[in-house]
Write a protein that binds this ligand. Sequence first.
Ligand code: ZN
Length: 327
Amino acid sequence: MAANLTQHLRGGKQVLQKLDAFSTLSPVVTRVLGQNPGSFTLNGTNTYLIGSGPKRILWDTGEGLEDYVETLRKAMSEVGCTGLQAIVISHWHFDHLGGVPSVVKAFSESETSPVPVYKFIPEELEPSYGGEGAVTPYEIWPKDKFTPLGDGDVLRTEGATLRVYLTPGHANDHLVGVIEEEQSMLSADNVLGEGTGVFRDLTAYLASLQRMKDLKPQKLYPGHGPVIEDAIERIDAYVEHRMGRVRQVEGAMRDAGQEAALTVEQITRAVYPSDLDPKLFGPAMYNTVNVLTYLSSEKRAEKTGPEPKEPFTQQWKLCLSASASGL
Ligand SMILES: [Zn+2]
């Protein structure tokens, strides 16, 4: 999933571009919606059929809703696709992975030759958390049933060559895929069609955005929302948005006084607009923690006071050396 802060970016109104249940986007890419719209998934999760032959690659599977399998079946028949060669999962969040059992069941030729499911397998699972991270991945699909993918691996199908790149930050197993024939990129939850997303590790996330930019994609097929035609500009805007947030957090702390101790909640209230949808305040506080962790790794902010039970009541202050040098 992709907790989006669209409402914040658009002054409190969430305006989503309507997307059809399935759409042919290029000679080798068809988008099929996961049928799971919501305030955190925009129009729902985008899944993509890749290739031009009778058997294609499916990128992501939605969250496992019944309607999705039927929608996928219709889309496949519309584009002359009779089967799935492989499924590739961008990352472990259940709105991308949850459809694997039902899709494999529906499209495998037999129980003894199931559609293979490819995914990067991290050494350690990230701890589960609310929303997109509420279900641990191997509860959905056992670890030993995945075919592991590595950074730079290639899957070929008729009409398309798909190369995957490890791009962590939103999740520690996050992949993007480049379709080499059209220099397009499946950006999953790293860059969304509308609004911005959440991330677990800002330092890794910024490095991944840079890596995506270095791959010079012509357009992005995101995990949520419409196709992004101005790929490089959008990636730049994401980086600038994040760095702007870092500056805002530092500014809010400086405004409170060089040695003031502020909780995560206080900083979030100072940085985000007062009319932010209460449902998005949790993800916003989460992003503030990530910014503070990033500032801490840069020795620009530090935790202070006792370790609280509730992480959002943790107090933080600016590092004196950083504030003295005006960073
Ligand atoms: Zn996600």
